[in-house]
Every structure is written in structure tokens, then in C-alpha cells.
Design a protein around this ligand. Sequence first.
Ligand SMILES: [Zn+2]
Ligand SMILES: [Zn+2]
Length: 505
Amino acid sequence: RKGEYKKELVDISRAGYVRVRVDGRMYEVTDDIPMDRYKQHTIEVVVDRIVVKEGIERRLTDSIEAALKMGQGLVTVSIQPADGAVLPSNVQAMIDRQPADEVEGQEGWSDLLFSEAYACSVCGYSMPDLEPRMFSFNSPYGACPDCTGLGTKTEFDPDLVAPDHNVSLRDGAIKPFVYKSGEVKDWWPEMLDAVGRACGFDASLPISQISEEGMDAVWNGLPKPIEVLMKYGRSERKFQSEWRGVLGSLRKRYEETESEWVKQDLEQYMSTKPCPTCKGRRLKPESLLVKVADHDMSQITNMSIGDAVAFFSGVTPKLNKRQLMIAERAVKEILERLSFLLDVGLGYLTLDRNARTLSGGEAQRIRLATQIGSGLMGCLYVLDEPSIGLHQRDNRKLIETLMRLKNLGNTVLVVEHDEETMLAADHLIELGPGAGEHGGFIVAQGTVEEFMKASSSTADYLSGRREIEIPKARRQPRTPTEPVVLKSDKVMLKPKSKPKSKVKS
Ligand SMILES: [Zn+2]
Ligand SMILES: [Zn+2]
């Protein structure tokens, strides 16, 4: 602020500090410092001056703490490299990022401003404290505010609202403004006429002949009211109206109607696209600024489990001592969990894969992986054909995982038709003799060895007493005489109905 600061300088001197920097120049507090009482001045207290060498850590810490206290969370570190010395590259990079203001007599010195808060003292930008919920799109603290964390937005699509560019606005190019009979709904032609007059185009021309700016006004509205001309019989009326654009009008109608029918009717003009704000990344911009080894949260969740294992295995060598102290345990835990998923043959799934799109076998195996991680014992796990959808190569891994669960002190009951799994069981039970209502009896049971000796069809096949013969002749496919042609003007992917609640998984 303005003033001569006589009192402040006395206080600084009393606190035991000798030097101050006023408007970038160094003085002793007792100097006659030129300050204009009608101008703004910046006074900085020099808390300490230290030559960087071994053994200064303690003093440096104390001084920084004292400075932070005095500066209410802000401290400037002024650096002058020794003659011919080069600053470490990360320090130089920090200096290069700060606004440089060279002051006479201060050549060779570079300032670094540090803040205890996640805030920039230059522009006032601030970040909330980092918390786990900032990285979850299920939490309002982490979700992109535009799409509330869905990553997509369902909005009115100009291509669906006006599919035919050879029709004029007046004659019903905007499909939601046209009745089934083909007649354009009341008052819209006059409104669109008025938009045309305001922007200098003729609303009775095909929309393909209207300029881009003109169509932008049609879609997105105009800042100023438009003058609408209505004809009632022979009389004419003029009035001013706000123009929120076709898209805005449709959105308003969609949001305000209470009729399910109207909503459904309007939904045919909507399409789902990646959210323009987060570009489908689902998190708010601040959360995406946080990076681990140059990767933000969405880049990591975009990885397949296999790639994520490779990424996290490569993280620790890249960290310095301090970062390692923070990250080492977390990285270890993450790798452990990922490897459980890898062990049940799910390495190809991406981490952001929607749970609703998983096959039954995949979902079961994910739950299995979390169970192994929990390390519980004394539990009974019941699995229904966990090998479904599993590559034969990974079947062995799945069986090993089941064995691990057993060895932890659990019982695993598996309903399965897979031969390899059956042979790996400690105890086999065959229910039959037929399927459904024709079964329900225990036909055979015992260890694999005992089971093989039993008289049951499964035992016969498992032991090799019976085999399914490979047919000598196979059915020939019928060759179509004419090629199959798929015809469509346009291929559109649109969900049949919007989910009623926002289920995010
Ligand atoms: Zn800033
Ligand atoms: Zn978004």
C-alpha cells in the first residue's frame, strides 16, 4: 500500500532483521530508504542469507519456517549462482516459469516464489487440497462439472434436428417444429423470419444457402432481442422477442415438459457425444493437472491392466528419494492388485472399462481377484462357470488362483464343465443323471481317482473310456448365390433409451 512505512521498518528492526528489499533494491533497515508516501511500495524482509554447502539443512529449515510465518505462507528464495556455476536443471526450469523482473543492481539474482497454499500469488488461482475424492468421477469433488462425470453429453444434434439442407427454415427444415401432417407449427416461421432479418438472410431459402454465421444464430441464439412480425388476418403486429436459438428452445422444452411422451419425441433429435469440457476424461480440469510420472488419472485408467502393470513397474526407478518415500507403498499395493487381475486372465481389460459391459465370467473373475487381495480365510466361495470367456491359455492361471484361495484356508465350490478344472478338484460331485428336471441326484462323487472308477457318463468321458468321435464328414456351408448387401443412408449409434438414473461404474 501507499505510505512511508516508518513504523513497519522499526518493527522489522526490533524483530532482529537487518536487511530489507524495497521495490527490488536491497537496503539496511536503518538506511534512509527513499519511499514516496503517495506511491505503492513492496517491502520484503531478508530473513537469512545462506551460502549453499554441506550441513546447512537445519539453519535453512528454521529460516524458511520463520519466513513463511512472517510472509503468511509466502516465501521468496533469491538465488545467485556461484561464479561459473550452473543451477540444477529443475531449479532453472522453475526460475524460467516465473515472471522475470530485472532490477538494477540485482543482475545475476533470480527469484523463486513459494507458497504453502495450493495457490498462485500472481494471478490468484488456487487448487483445493489434494484428496482421494478429487480423482473419482463419482464424487462432485472430482467430476467434470459439465458432464457431472459421465464423460459424455446427450444433447440436441443439429444434424438430427435439420437433416435435409435443401429445405428452407420457413418450410420446416427444423423437424421438431413440424407437425406430422407436414404443416409448420405456429409462430416458428415468423420467428425464423425475424432471425433472418436480424442477420441479413432470407428464411425462405434452403438452409444450405444460409451463411455459417446465419446458421450459428439460428442454432445458438442472438444476444439482442429480435423484432417479430405477426399477421392476424389483415392486421399486423410487431413485437420484440428474445431469441435463444433452436437448440436453446428445444433444450428448454425438454427440461420443462412433464410429459414423458414429449421427452421421448424430442430424444430422437439428440445424440450422445464425448463431453467437450473434459473430452470424455470425466474428471475436472484441476484433477487432471495432477500427474504421476507424466500421466494424469485418465491416461492411467485408459491403460489395459497389462499396460498398467508395465507402467507402475517402471515408476519407482523414475522417482527421487522424497517421491519414493511418498509413493513406494502405494505403487507396491497397486501392482499387487493389478497382478491379481492379470493372474485371472484379465490383462486385456482397460481400467476404465464400464462394469456393465463385462461378461459374467469376467465379472466373477474380478470379484475373485479382489477376494485374493483381501486375504480372508474360512470362507466358502461359490463360483458358477468362472472359466466362461477365458482363453484356454489363462485357464491354468485361473485354477492356480482358485488353489491360492483354498490354500489361504477357504473352501471353493465351482460349478464347471471344464475338464482341466474338474481334474484339479480335490473332490468331484456329479449331479444328474439328466439335465434340469431329469437330474437332481448325486450320480457320483469322490476324489478324482475315486470318481474315475464310478459308473457315470462324466466319469466315462473323463477317464477316456468313452470319447466324442470326430465326425468323418462335416456339413458343407451353403454358398450364397448373390452377395449380401447392407444398405443405409447413415449409420448412427444411439442408445435405445436413456438410462433413468445415472449409474456410473
Ligand atoms: Zn498464476
Ligand atoms: Zn465432462
